[in-house]
Ligand binder design. Structure first.
Ligand code: NAI
Ligand code: 15L
Length: 264
């Protein structure tokens, strides 16, 4: 499936820089947006810097857009007032603009922190109640509910990706369970864009790791097949982090350090 114009928000961020060239291969025109520096436009790209809380600017951003990969926003635990602007008002602006312009599908970068207060000895799936582990997780839960509403009321399809830890390598023992390689991230995003019918769906984003806390059985229709694993990194990660304090909330809960970040 080839989109004519795809919008990538958060294009200057860690995952945005990974996905930018990979998404360009899947559409005629890739529109890239962020607050930060987006460099110069490559062939087939349009650059539109926009703060997500700026409603008229977001309205223009969605003009002529078939589908969105929405990565833009605050990506860590921060003061509530900052999170509200970028992640809550920003997401509302994006969906309102999508509704007005007839955009059909959004792939929303949600987060494992929507369910961060489940324990690491529990296996969670997308049908279970949310347990956000901070303001950041709460804002992603809002984004998921917003997506649910815009599908039920207006038929805009969304795949919410509850991404685990997508970095070049797993950085600690927790990430041996939560890690998703960049190639698997690409597979997940492309499956979410191309799966024929997604309605409103929620899927966890992790590689084919040996130990996992998330069960993607309810999201089999997305057709996501991870091909990488954190296992080759295990020895090095365990050597770096020899012991775990089993009384530390960051070790007990799936959200790791996020469960005790703040207050600000
Ligand atoms: P990042 O922080 O590197 O990138 C986010 C981008 O959004 C930044 O370039 C930033 O300038 C932009 N942004 C922030 N506030 C904005 C605003 N008000 N208006 C416009 N743009 C704004 O984060 P990363 O790692 O690339 O993550 C991308 C998305 O995936 C984020 O939504 C994050 O919450 C989500 N995610 C990432 C995970 C990971 O492992 N990298 C895990 C779970 C979720
Ligand atoms: C997230 O949601 C963050 O955006 C990312 O920076 C990581 O910390 C990740 O979760 C994680 O849980 O490891």
């Amino acid at each position: 499936h080839m989109y004519s114009r795809l919008l990538l928000t958060g294009a200057a961020g860690g995952l945005g820089r990974v996905l930018r060239p990979r998404l360009k291969a899947r559409c005629d025109v890739l529109r890239v947006s962020d607050l930060g520096d987006l460099g110069t436009a490559h062939a087939g790209e349009e650059i539109m810097p926009v703060p997500l809380q700026d409603r008229p600017a977001v309205f223009k951003l969605l003009e002529g857009v078939d589908a969105v990969v929405h990565l833009g926003g605050i990506s860590t635990e921060q003061p509530f007032d900052d999170i509200v602007q970028a992640n809550i008002i920003g997401a509302y602006n994006l969906y309102e603009a999508a509704r007005t312009h007839g955009t059909r599908r959004i792939v929303f970068a949600s987060s494992n922190h929507v369910t961060g207060f489940y324990r690491q000895d529990e296996v969670v799936d997308a049908t279970m109640p949310v347990r956000p582990d901070g303001y950041y997780g709460l804002s992603k839960a809002f984004g998921e509910n917003l997506a649910r509403f815009y599908f039920d009321r207006y038929g805009i399809e969304t795949v919410c990706l509850r991404i685990g830890s997508s970095f070049a390598e797993p950085k600690d023992r927790r990430m041996l369970a939560t890690w998703m390689s960049f190639d698997d991230l690409e597979r997940l995003v492309i499956s979410s864009l191309n799966s024929p019918v997604v309605g409103y769906s929620v899927i966890y984003g992790m590689s084919d790791n040996h130990h996992v806390w998330w069960d993607n059985t309810p999201a089999k229709h997305i057709g996501y097949r991870p091909l990488d694993s954190s296992e080759p990194f295990r020895a090095a990660v365990e050597a770096k982090q020899l012991t775990l304090d089993l009384n530390d909330p960051a070790v007990i809960y799936q959200g790791g350090g996020f469960v005790k970040a703040g207050p600000f």
